[in-house]
Each structure stands twice: as C-alpha cells, then as structure tokens.
Design a protein around this ligand. Structure first.
Ligand code: NAD
Length: 278
C-alpha cells in the first residue's frame, strides 16, 4: 500500500488566495507586525517567509529586527507600542527569545485580540473552554490537513507525539473538540510504539529526525509530520517519510506539509484579529 501524499503547499495556496480576496475587500489593510530578536538562522528564514506571504496578500506588514542583547524592558515597550498601534491588528514575536528575556512575560504582554500566534494564556484558555478565538497556527494547520483527507475524526484514536504549549497540547485539544480519543506522548513516554501503532491519526511534533519508523505506524493511518530537523544540510521531519509512506493511508511531506499551512493559518489569524477588533 502506498499512501496519499497530503500536499500542504497546494492546500495552503488555496487558503492564501481566499485570504488575499478577503484582504482586498476589507476597508483597511490587515496589519501584521513581526518581531525578530537576534540572528537565529532558522528564525530568520521563518520570519522572511511570513513577511513575504503577508506582503503578497496585500497586508500592511511591519518587521522589527532587534539586537540579540536587547533588554527585556525595551522589548516590552515595543510590544506595548504595537498593542496601541491602530494599523497593527495582530503581531508575532518569533520564538525562541534570547536567554535574558522571559518568553512568557513577553507573550503575556500581547493583547489577546492581537495575538496572531494564539500563544497567550487567554487564547489557550479559550481553547480549553471550547471557545476558540485565535488558535496556535501550527495546531490549526494540522487540523486542516487532517480534515483535507475527508476521513471522519469522530471516534478515531488520535495520538500526538509532543506536548509543547505551541504545537502538541493545542493540537490534542483540537482533536478532542472533534471527538477523537486522544493520547499525548512525550519524552518520558514508555514504549512509544505501543501508542503510535494504535493511532488512526498520528501527529508528530517532537523535533527528533525520523523518530517514527514504519513499524510504529498503523496501516492506513493519517500521519501529520510537524518536525523540522536539519540533517546534513537537508530538512527532514520527525517521520521516516520514505518508509512510512508505504503503510500510512495519508501522510504529509517535509518540507511541503505543515510548514506552508502554518503560514496560511497565521495570516488567516491576522484577518480574524481584524474582525475581532471590529
Ligand atoms: P518542543 O521542543 O517545545 O517540544 C518537543 C516535544 O517533543 C516535547 O513535549 C517532548 O516531550 C517531546 N519529545 C522529545 N523527544 C521525544 C521522544 N523521543 N519521544 C516522544 N516525545 C518526545 O518543540 P515544538 O516547538 O513543539 O516543535 C516540535 C517540532 O516541530 C520541531 O521540530 C519544530 O521545529 C517543529 N515545528 C514546526 C512548525 C511548522 O510550521 N512546520 C511549527 C512549530 C514547530
């Protein structure tokens, strides 16, 4: 059996096109601020991609490149200015932040209705209460890709590998909202394969190259690979794609799966933030 490849790039393009049309019709430009601290090469790439797409969609996009050694108070002031800025409907502060900065403090300073990434406690709390407002973009991306298969989620066994606040936990909560039976695995999980082999839907977000091998996947499962790992100059996911695609029913590639969808969801969040302000 060979799986159907879920073409995240293509699905993302159609969502971006819809966002472009929405932006065109709006009476003001959707405004997104992107704050990058330091010179982390991966962060620079992600920020560049987000900025490029935002501009292509006709958004008003402001990028802030800040020094690695910026003081926490200075960063807080910038976030506060953006909170007050009428042209800015939503902002992202690219993570990770340098050691001298308390990430939670900075994320907590973003007004919840301007929180494009959906990382504030208010937005995560709304998700726990099934009162979705701005959702973490990667978790939304995973759900859209799962739904694109047309396979019913209700009643399925879903396993999420990874329990970060920005990917694993929110994705697990969204699967729960869709009435899947959800298991969350993490670095202390014993016998990971016992859990993953039981998954009709397997979402992997742990940042360990090719951790999930063919023998760990249930035949016919939907496999969503969030991981981005650099191995000998190549980007690979957390799933051993070439072999797992022989058993999975549907699978996302890396690159070209969750990555482009995350950007599409982030820009859709910006449009949602504009609606929320109204
Ligand atoms: P994180 O480091 O915050 O969390 C990793 C999680 O994986 C932890 O909960 C940890 O317990 C778990 N884990 C680690 N080793 C494990 C193991 N051997 N078995 C089971 N669980 C294990 O990472 P994150 O921010 O959630 O990101 C995860 C991956 O997804 C990274 O590769 C990251 O680059 C990628 N990512 C991709 C996108 C995208 O748009 N495609 C967005 C965000 C993150």
């Amino acid at each position: 059996m060979t799986s159907k490849i879920i073409d995240g790039k293509k699905i993302a393009e159609s969502i971006l096109e819809k966002s472009k049309q929405k932006a065109k019709k709006a009476d003001e430009k959707p405004g997104l601020a992107i704050v990058l601290v330091g010179n982390n090469p991966a962060s620079e790439i992600y920020v560049g991609l987000k900025e490029k797409k935002a501009n292509e969609l006709g958004f008003h996009c402001e990028r802030f490149n800040l020094a690695e050694d910026i003081k926490q108070d200075e960063l807080l002031n910038i976030v506060d200015d953006l909170n007050q800025n009428e042209k800015i409907h939503a902002m992202i502060v690219q993570l990770p932040l340098p050691k001298q900065i308390d990430e939670q403090l900075i994320i907590g300073a973003i007004l919840p209705h301007k929180d494009a990434d959906g990382f504030t406690s208010v937005n995560l709390g709304n998700l726990v209460n099934d009162n979705n407002k701005l959702l973490p973009a990667t978790a939304r991306a995973c759900m859209e890709l799962i739904k694109s298969t047309g396979v019913e989620i209700k009643g399925k066994n879903a396993v999420v590998v990874g329990r970060s606040n920005i990917v694993g936990k929110p994705t697990a909560l969204l699967l729960l909202q869709e009435n899947a039976t959800v298991t969350i695995c993490h670095s202390k999980t014993k016998n990971l394969a016992e859990h993953t082999k039981n998954a009709d839907i397997l979402v992997v977000a742990c940042g360990k190259a090719k951790l999930i091998t063919k023998d760990m996947v249930k035949p016919g499962a939907i496999v969503i690979d969030v991981g981005i790992n650099r191995v000998m100059g190549k980007i690979v996911g957390d799933v051993d794609f070439d072999n797992v695609k022989e058993v999975a029913g549907h699978i996302t590639p890396v690159p070209g799966g969750v990555g482009p969808m995350t950007i599409a969801m982030l820009l859709d969040n910006t449009l949602q933030a504009m609606e929320l302000r109204r």
